[in-house]
Design a protein around this ligand. Structure first.
Ligand code: KG4
Ligand code: ZN
Length: 336
């Protein structure tokens, strides 16, 4: 089954062609990073406008790169939420238009279901004999969630952030340290140059699988202000604060993920979302876990349409295609 995936939930316009949920034929990504970086963060109206400008060519490129035509596409999978309203509407309405004009069925996909399925693109062996359950740790600019995956489409929410998403915190600290947007990769790069040991707090929220990063954000800000007041701020200090911040986020994400696996006899950990592109996080998760850890390659961790096409394929096995009048949604989580 050949699926065209479309993803426009945030600030990446992406289209991809994937066969049977695992075989990646193309994955085109048009990033808006340079447009938003001048504002220090994503501006929703600008994001929607940028999607509109490039969606047609992005989809055409995905078909061309996959050496396929619309006539050979069996279904269109599109992110219906959660995300930014204006951004989601561009992808969903484009998919609906294509569906009607080319008579191709639609599959609406939850964005987090997509992030989870990025693993199937890198580990095709998961597709044939998945040994559920898996614990999925999805951390991005908008989400930080621990999810138990009992089967494709059968999810139980184990925990989530009570305030900021991990990626949002990385972005904020990147801005405070003057490293620019998006903060995640910049904080990670700065952390590699750290020399001095600085310790920042960890919010364990013991007895739960929830997370909190707002206290860490405040503690980091206070550390920066203290060094500024003492006129000690330097590139060395920036690197050391970046590493201290990254250590705190990663230690909590890894420990809480690994710990919860025992409670559910999980057979594997799937990580995903932009923060899962962080090498320190990937290495630590593998080091601390005694069950296999599935880490999609970096460009499949951040937003992309291939993961949406893969999730759409597995959804279509157990669900009817979506009606043309399905709506976008902004906040609904995955699983109960
Ligand atoms: O999944 P994603 O592309 O978009 C959302 O659905 O939000 O995630 C983007 C987030 C941003 O907050 C970005 O700073 C963060 O992922 N991120 C990282 C890294 N690369 C991207 N965070 C930490 N380390 C990285 N290497
Ligand atoms: Zn995402």
């Amino acid at each position: 089954m050949k699926i065209l995936g479309i993803e426009t939930s945030c600030d990446e316009t992406s289209a991809a062609v994937v066969v049977d949920g695992i075989e990646l034929k193309s994955n085109i990504l048009m990033s808006q990073e340079s447009v938003h970086s001048q504002f220090g963060g994503i501006v929703p109206e600008v994001a929607a406008r940028e999607h509109t400008k490039v969606i047609f060519n992005t989809v055409q490129n995905a078909l061309d790169r996959a050496e396929t035509t619309l006539q050979e596409i069996n279904a269109i999978a599109v992110t219906s939420g959660p995300g930014l309203a204006g951004s989601l509407l561009v992808g969903v309405n484009f998919a609906k238009g294509l569906s009607v004009s080319a008579n191709i069925p639609l599959i609406e996909v939850h964005h987090i279901d997509g992030h989870i399925h990025a693993a199937w693109l890198n580990y095709p062996q998961l597709g044939s004999t998945p040994e559920f359950p898996f614990v999925c740790m999805i951390a991005s600019g908008g989400h930080t969630e621990l999810i138990l995956m009992k089967d494709h489409g059968v999810y139980k929410k184990l925990g989530q952030t009570l305030d900021d998403a991990a990626g949002e915190a990385f972005d904020k600290i990147g801005r405070l340290l003057g490293l620019g947007f998006p903060g995640g990769p910049k904080v990670e790069a700065a952390a590699q140059k750290a020399k001095e040991e600085i310790i920042l707090p960890r919010a364990w929220l013991k007895g739960t699988s929830n997370f909190s990063f707002s206290g860490l954000k405040t503690a980091t800000l206070q550390t920066i202000q203290k060094f500024e007041k003492e006129e000690q701020m330097s590139s060395d200090k920036i690197a050391s604060i970046a590493r201290a911040f990254q250590n705190s986020v990663v230690e909590v994400l890894v420990k809480k993920t690994v710990d919860v696996c025992d409670n559910y006899n999980a057979n594997g950990i799937i990580i995903g979302g932009g923060v899962a592109a962080n090498k320190f996080l990937r290495d630590e998760m593998i080091a601390k876990s005694n069950i296999p850890v599935f880490c999609p390659e970096l460009k499949l961790c951040t937003d992309n349409a291939a993961m949406i096409a893969s999730a759409g394929y597995f959804k279509s096995k157990n669900h009817p295609f979506s009606p043309i009048n399905f709506d976008i949604f902004l906040t609904k989580g995955l699983g109960k």
